[in-house]
Design a protein around this ligand. Structure first.
Ligand code: FAD
Ligand code: SF4
Length: 571
């Protein structure tokens, strides 16, 4: 029997309460306010009681916001010109920055700061170090002041259609037990109907995946590519790094056939954040992005910085790095895609916040015109696609259009080609370099190691001391992540047999390593040797790595009961 559900009508619905949606909702409510003021003055019709709603799966605004982050403030200055007076939670303006190439014990400072900024994609002078969770919390306050409604603790779990038109989303049921039965506190999800639904679910959006499939939005596009960022925030002794100081690293601990790099950013009150991005097109099934990040902290430069410091928060998340050619079509009847869900991330500059903001703002401008005209047809919504593709931010993305693809050729060759490409605005390799999905890059253990059971040191394993380096369980504690335990697991393993056969034989179950939260554990019965996959789903920090990297696409991430997941406050 289908569940009777409440239907709630809103005008504009944002799914996901990240920086893209919050900027969109704020800009739209500002445009409506200005319009109504003008309309009253000249006696025209105003846009009354327009209901804007934002669904966020995290328990409070900002709780699932995680980034580096160095923010290009361009769009923020347009959205909130008085952002300084409004106490934007900025950790510091970037005035000092450096880039190091690391070997295991040494560092080489790269002279990028001697280059003019037009030739240096990592020039951050004038940008700001921020915490995404704090920024989102602050933006959410401004959005609510403007009268929009934010619903934290509610996941969008299903797109609702009328024929081929998106008419809203269904929120997840609450109070379903692990065995699928209803518990005493059962509450059916709500059907939210809207004139337009904007999907800002972040990287690898679970609903956006279904939209892309249904409307073939990725026809003739490259598949998306991702990096996973593993990050910690530390309190360190005074005077070691200034708020706003930026340090980037390349090389150690990642091997030259794996793209990625480290970041260390100075925050206020002697806090720093540090992390490492690892490209998920790596080939080694024993690679563990969390472990590699722990190794970064063992480098003498980083170890010195953290000495006598204290870990205060942990988190992880994927970023979409496929670039310009992986951006799907962004509009369809009834809806739009914004931010990381649209793969709008510039991996050469390591920046997505300002593009997410821009995409939200341009979506808002399109929707505002639809409200004024009373026309939400697909052809009106397509104005957003034109506007974002013509924006300065996407123009920059176009210049770096083959960056990710060249990096697959290895760090040094990739940096050489992409360096020349950057200087020439992408003019040498003009056309699209093809890419393949991240999960297809994984190599078989025997092919890579010549044996099925390489020794731990060949696999790269390390021991954690609980002071400087932490195992995943300890780190997860610092993410605050919890989920209602008595609910169906939100990690759907489509065919468990694959885990015990093909995946174990060829790749030795890489999920137990690539998950940065120790969600997947392969338990082996000592007597019978029988393997059982154990899912510690309560640990999940919603990074989506498993949805991207499983070699058989055998894991599907779906939103858990709303309100579960990490409780970030300064990521
Ligand atoms: C480690 C790391 C370092 C980074 N460094 C930088 C940097 O230095 N500078 C920079 O500019 N960018 C950086 N980025 C990228 C930047 O953080 C993103 O581009 C930006 O946050 C994208 O914003 P968004 O709103 O599109 O998505 P998100 O910030 O991911 O927000 C999406 C929101 O939607 C919610 N959500 C998802 N699905 C649902 C659903 N079905 N129902 C309800 N809610 C849902 C999520 O909980 C989340 O709150 C970094 C990212 C990472 C992970
Ligand atoms: S289970 Fe998947 S989404 Fe959750 S933390 Fe692990 S890899 Fe990330």
């Amino acid at each position: 029997m289908t569940e009777p559900r409440e239907v709630m009508d809103v005008d504009v619905l944002f799914v996901g309460g990240g920086v893209a949606s919050l900027s969109g909702a704020l800009h739209l409510s500002n445009l409506i306010k200005e319009h109504n003021k003008r309309a009253t003055e000249i006696g025209e019709k105003s846009l009354d009681e327009i209901m804007i709603a934002i669904l966020e799966k995290g328990p409070y605004p900002g709780s699932h916001g995680i980034s580096g982050a160095v923010m290009d403030p361009g769009p923020l200055k347009e959205l909130i010109p008085d952002f300084l007076e409004k106490d934007a939670p900025l950790e510091g303006e970037v005035k000092k920055e450096s880039i190091y190439f690391l070997t295991k014990n040494r560092k080489i400072k790269l002279p990028l700061n001697l280059m003019p900024s037009s030739l240096n994609p990592l020039d951050n002078h004038g940008n700001y170090v921020v915490s995404m969770s704090r920024m989102n919390e602050w933006l959410a306050g401004l959005v609510e002041e403007n009268g929009a409604d934010i619903f934290p603790g509610f996941s969008g779990t299903e797109v609702l259609y009328d024929g081929d038109r998106v008419i809203g989303v269904r929120t997840g049921d609450k109070g379903i037990a692990a065995d699928g039965n209803k518990k005493g506190n059962f509450e059916p999800g709500i059907d939210l109907h809207a004139k337009v639904t904007i999907f800002g679910e972040g990287a690898r959006g679970s609903l956006v995946k279904t939209l892309i499939r249904r409307f073939n939005l990725d026809t003739q596009k490259n598949p998306p590519g991702f990096e996973v960022g593993v990050k910690e925030v530390w309190k360190i002794p005074e005077g070691r790094i200034q708020p706003g100081e930026v340090i980037h690293t390349m090389g150690y601990p990642l091997k030259s056939n794996t793209f990625g790099g480290g970041f260390i950013y100075g925050m206020k009150n002697n806090m720093i954040c540090l992390g490492q991005l690892t490209s998920l097109d790596y080939g080694d099934p024993f690679l563990d992005p969390h472990r590699e990040f722990q190794k970064l902290k063992l480098h003498p430069m980083v170890k010195r910085l953290l000495k006598d410091g204290k870990l205060t928060q942990y988190g992880a998340k994927t970023v979409p790095v496929g670039g310009y050619f992986s951006v799907p079509k962004l509009t369809f009847e009834g809806g739009l895609i914004i931010g990381d869900s649209a793969n709008l991330f510039n991996s050469q500059k390591i920046k997505g916040i300002h593009i997410a903001m821009r995409s939200g703002m341009l979506a808002a401008e399109t929707i505002f015109k639809c409200l004024v005209r009373g026309d939400f047809s697909g052809s009106q919504l397509e104005n957003y696609q034109t506007a974002i593709m013509n924006s300065k931010e996407v123009n920059d993305l176009y210049k770096a259009r083959n960056f990710h693809q060249t990096m697959v050729k290895g760090l040094f060759k990739g940096l050489f080609i992409s360096g020349i490409q950057y200087v020439l605005g992408g003019r040498i390799i003009r056309s699209r370099l093809e890419a393949i999905s991240d999960h297809l890059h994984l190599k078989k253990v025997a092919e890579l190691y010549g044996t099925d059971s390489p020794a731990d040191d060949r696999k790269g394993d390390v021991k954690y001391d609980g002071k400087l380096t932490f195992d995943k369980e300890t780190d997860v504690y610092y993410s605050g992540s919890t989920h209602e335990e008595d609910q169906p697991a939100h990690l759907k393993i489509l065919d468990l047999d694959i885990c015990y056969t093909k995946c174990a034989d060829h790749f030795q179950n890489p999920c137990v390593r690539f998950c940065p939260a120790n969600v997947y554990e392969m338990e082996i019965d000592e007597d019978t040797g029988k393997k059982t996959m154990k899912l510690n789903f309560s640990n999940c920090v919603h990074c989506k790595t498993c949805d991207v990297k499983d070699p058989f696409e055998n894991i599907q991430w779906v939103p858990p009961e709303g309100g579960g997941g990490p409780k970030y406050t300064m990521m």
